[in-house]
Every structure is written in structure tokens, then in C-alpha cells.
Design a protein around this ligand. Structure first.
Ligand SMILES: NC(=O)c1ccc[n+]([C@@H]2O[C@H](COP(=O)([O-])OP(=O)(O)OC[C@H]3O[C@@H](n4cnc5c(N)ncnc54)[C@H](O)[C@@H]3O)[C@@H](O)[C@H]2O)c1
Length: 335
């Protein structure tokens, strides 16, 4: 971090779970590097990714007299990374921050690309900013303390990168998913490839005016499922897996891809142990519930929802769907 021009105090934002596992190690490594470390905890859980807890972080940053060149270190999963990044983007009009992602999802997705933010009672990630971290430090050993369910959920995003940009990588995952699930070398390789695909897409379009939206493959419906189930039943990656399976089926239905593409996508998700159907949740969701949730999502413009569709493994396209176009039999496809 010193090489990145950072100095002085460092505020390590974490939660009690990650703090207990890795807080001491992070603290001593910051001290060894000559920083004066402070710790700020937020409670564990998506519901604390809120403006209220950003305010708590500001109070602490002010109390610790954090200055312009003092970095924030986000130690944790996507929740910690998003809120810590948002605090960094706004405190003193922006101070540097470093992402130290400790979940697979955060390592392959949320820590890269500079999207920071918090939830609003009306919807997820509605408040935020684009603000790039000074660096992202990934230690794959941190994944050893994760639940297997969280590894699978993170793999949903990994699979997404193969679908949207890299058919060779998708085929690699088809052959090596067992080793990846067992945290073998295939996972280390998959993290590297995922980060480089995401970084490349973001270099092309940092603020999502165009191509960056392909990263939302499976997310439009995925976010709607998460919202309609009150963020309680599914991990983000699980909802995205259902969303990707639905997007593939919809693409097939609209004649954009062939059956083989659709089957390979659903097949890999299922082999990894991810859900591909809405029947995985206990809520009885209607197409109306899901559409309403999608309307609140910020991916809606001019009353239309921008859907990322798949044409082939490694190639996507966009379709704008309005309420009328929205296939009401989608649930029939899903269940
Ligand atoms: N900024 C972006 O581009 C972006 C992209 C995707 C998702 N996100 C956001 O990321 C969040 C989801 O992130 P997540 O899936 O990492 O969830 P999370 O941050 O809630 O972490 C999941 C659980 O794992 C625990 N944990 C974290 N690291 C651990 C470790 N090494 N060992 C044991 N337990 C550990 C956490 O305390 C938590 O209980 C959502 O809020 C989502 O909106 C942001």
C-alpha cells in the first residue's frame, strides 16, 4: 500500500465475523507497513448496507481524524466493500480506499470496477457512486473459512464471465468445476480470468453507458427475485443463477440462441449446485411481483427494461422489453 502513495492513518472497515477471522492479521500488516490502523465495524448483513451505517462510518472517520491521504481498507465481502467504498467516495469529497475482498463474490466481482453504494428502503443499491479503489488485494486463502454455499454463489458470477465474454473459459469451467468447488488451482485461475474479464469490460465503459451493462447478465431478474423474496432466502449469486437460466431460456424462446447454448448454461449451473428455477424459493411469486421489482431497479429506462440476452457462449446482445413485451409466461418457463 505504501507503493500506492498511501500513508498515515488507515481505517479498516469490517464486520464482526470477518474481523474476528482476519482483523488482527490485517491490523498487524498495516502496522508493519507503517500505518496507524483504526477499526470500524458494521454489523453483518445486507440490511446494514444503509445510509444509517454510512453515517456511523463518517462519525468514526471524523473521530479518528482521518485525512485526505489516509486510506480506508475494506476487509470483507461485497457488503463491506460497497459501503466502505461509498464512505471513501464521499468523506472529505473522496479519500483513497483499498479493497481486501474475503468472499468469492467480492473477489471476482464487487471489489473490481468501482461501483460503491448502499441500499434504500425502496430498492437495492439505489444510492451510490462510481469510485475506483487504489488497489484490490486478493488472498484466496481467505476463502477457506467460507461456507460451501458461498463458494457456489460466487461461482455463479464466474460462470457469467464465461457466458458473456469467453467461451474457452466457460468450457474450462465445465471441465474443472469440481476442482474449483474444492478450492483447487482451478479456482485461483478462475478468479484471475474473472477479474481480467471484468476489468477489460470496465476499461471499455467505466460508467455503464454501453457495454458494461453486459455484466448485468442474469441480474435484472436476479435482483427482482432478491427484492421480491426480501433478500432473505437466496444468496445474490443464487438469484443471479436463476436469472441467468431465465435469460438463456428467454433467448432461446426469442430465437437468439440455440438449444445447446441454453442447455450448457443450465447444465453447468446445476452441476455446480446452483438453483435454476424459481421453485427453489418458498415464495409464490407472480410475473407481476417480479415486474414490479424490476420497475424499481435502476436498469429501467423510459419504461423499458434492458435485458442482456445470450446469442452463443461468449456472445451477448441486448433487448428492450416493456411491460407488454415482458413474457408473462416466463414463470411457466421458470417453474
Ligand atoms: N459493487 C459491485 O460491483 C457489486 C457487484 C456484485 C455484488 N455487490 C454487492 O455485494 C453484496 C454481496 O456480497 P457477498 O456475497 O460477499 O456478501 P456478504 O458481504 O454479505 O458476505 C457473505 C457472508 O460471508 C461472511 N464472510 C465474508 N468473508 C468471509 C470469510 N472469508 N470467511 C467466512 N465468512 C465470511 C460475511 O460476514 C457474510 O456473513 C451485495 O450487497 C451486492 O449488492 C456489489
Amino acid at each position: 500500500m505504501r507503493e500506492g502513495g498511501l500513508s498515515g492513518k488507515a481505517a479498516c472497515i469490517t464486520n464482526p465475523i470477518v474481523g474476528k477471522l482476519y482483523g488482527d492479521r490485517a491490523f498487524s500488516s498495516l502496522s508493519r507497513a507503517g500505518f496507524e490502523p483504526y477499526r470500524i465495524d458494521i454489523p453483518d448483513g445486507e440490511e446494514y448496507k444503509s445510509l444509517e451505517w454510512v453515517s456511523h462510518i463518517y462519525d468514526k472517520l471524523i473521530e479518528y481524524r482521518m485525512e485526505r491521504q489516509s486510506p480506508i481498507v475494506a476487509l470483507g465481502g461485497g457488503v463491506v466493500g460497497d459501503i466502505a467504498g461509498f464512505a471513501a467516495a464521499t468523506y472529505l469529497r473522496g479519500i483513497p480506499y483499498v479493497q481486501v475482498p474475503t468472499t468469492l463474490l467480492a473477489q471476482v466481482d464487487s471489489s473490481v470496477g468501482g461501483k460503491t453504494g448502499v441500499n434504500h428502503p425502496m430498492g437495492k443499491n439505489l444510492i451510490g457512486s462510481f469510485y475506483q479503489p487504489k488497489m484490490v488485494l486478493i488472498d484466496v486463502d481467505a476463502l477457506k473459512t467460507l461456507e460451501p454455499r458461498d463458494i457456489k454463489a460466487g461461482l455463479a458470477e464466474v460462470i457469467k464471465y464465461g457466458i458473456i465474454r469467453d467461451s474457452g473459459f466457460f468450457a474450462f469451467l465445465e471441465s474443472n468445476y469440481k476442482d474449483a468447488l474444492a478450492l483447487g488451482d482451478s479456482l485461483v485461475y478462475a478468479i484471475k480470468v474473472s477479474c481480467s474479464i471484468k476489468a477489460k469490460v470496465i476499461e471499455e465503459d467505466e460508467t455503464e453507458t454501453g457495454v458494461r451493462a453486459i455484466l448485468n447478465f442474469g441480474h435484472t431478474l436476479g435482483h427482482a427475485i432478491e427484492a421480491a423474496t426480501h433478500y432473505k432466502e437466496l444468496r445474490h449469486g443464487e438469484a443471479v443463477a436463476i436469472g441467468m437460466a431465465a435469460a438463456a431460456r428467454l433467448s432461446l424462446k426469442l430465437g437468439l440462441c440455440n438449444k445447446d447454448v441454453c442447455q450448457r448454461i443450465e447444465g453447468l449451473l446445476a452441476k455446480v449446485g446452483l438453483p435454476t428455477k424459481l421453485s427453489a424459493v418458498s415464495y409464490q411469486l407472480s410475473a407481476k411481483d417480479l415486474f414490479q421489482a424490476m420497475e424499481i431497479d435502476k436498469k429501467m429506462t423510459g419504461g423499458k427494461i434492458k435485458f442482456v440476452m445470450v446469442e452463443d457462449i461468449g456472445r451477448t446482445t441486448f433487448r428492450q422489453l416493456d411491460r407488454g413485451d415482458f413474457p408473462l409466461d416466463l414463470l411457466g418457463i421458470l417453474n
